[in-house]
Design a binder for this molecule. Structure first.
Ligand code: DX5
Ligand code: ZN
Length: 223
């Protein structure tokens, strides 16, 4: 199963389930899907790379069984290599790593692809796009963090729209944006070239069907 290579030039929405109700995870994902979401953004945190702890491959395995949408894992962990095989076995479609947390990025990306998943990197707000220049042939997508990784509900960092623009000058790879994405900020990122809009608190603060739909429509209108 592939998501990123089949995206074309479409703009899509992805709920970040970090903001969902974990006691009703499958239902919360279903609601975002009803609002038009086409991908699920799954945040793994380890309380080392980031000062927060979330969910891992066991939950991912249950989720991929329970829902009809592809799941994209965003690994905010030290030593992500140890978790790649378990996430592949959990049935996720793609895995992104934070290159700052990886010692041998080429090896890590190759491991993801060899396992049949699509590979991404997530760039922190002060990590320059040029950092991944030599990794581009081994990538299927780039994730631009528009907040510091670790928590939902943080404020959007506006300079990140310029980073998306710079990336799109460097590569045709699809860009995903994550952090502080709302009906107000989604258009800025789409105008800069982003295609996958990850939103957590903005989706789950209210009715997920309505909020997911509003974000996707706001993004698409900015084209
Ligand atoms: C932050 C995570 C995000 C987070 C986004 O470290 O990577 O996916 O859940 O949350 P919001 O949309 O609330 O900024
Ligand atoms: Zn994320």
């Amino acid at each position: 199963m592939a998501f990123w290579s089949e995206l074309g030039d479409r703009v899509v929405g992805a709920p970040s389930i970090l903001a969902a109700d974990f006691a009703n995870l499958a239902e919360d994902v279903r609601l975002a899907g009803e609002g038009g979401a086409e991908l699920v953004h799954f945040d793994a945190m380890d309380n080392h790379y980031v000062p927060n702890l979330s969910i891992g491959p066991v939950v991912a395995a249950s989720l991929t069984e329970a829902i009809g949408l592809p799941v994209d894992a965003h690994l905010m962990v030290d030593n992500p290599d140890n978790l790649i095989q378990p996430f592949i076995e959990a049935g996720v479609v793609s895995i992104s790593v934070q290159p700052e947390a990886v010692t041998h990025l080429h090896r890590t990306l190759t491991m993801i692809r060899d396992g049949g998943c699509e590979a991404g990197v997530a760039l922190n707000p002060t990590t320059p796009p040029e950092f991944i220049e030599w990794a581009l042939p081994y990538l299927d997508y780039v994730l631009v963090m528009s907040v510091n990784p670790g928590f939902g509900g943080q404020s959007f960092i506006p300079e990140m729209a310029d980073k998306v623009r710079r990336l799109k000058q460097m590569t045709d790879l699809p860009v995903q944006v994550d952090g502080g994405i709302t009906v107000e900020t989604a258009p800025l990122m789409v105008a800069a070239g982003a295609q996958v809009l990850v939103a957590g608190s903005a989706v789950y603060k209210g009715d997920p069907v309505t909020e997911m739909r509003r974000i996707i429509e706001a993004g698409r209108a900015a084209r």
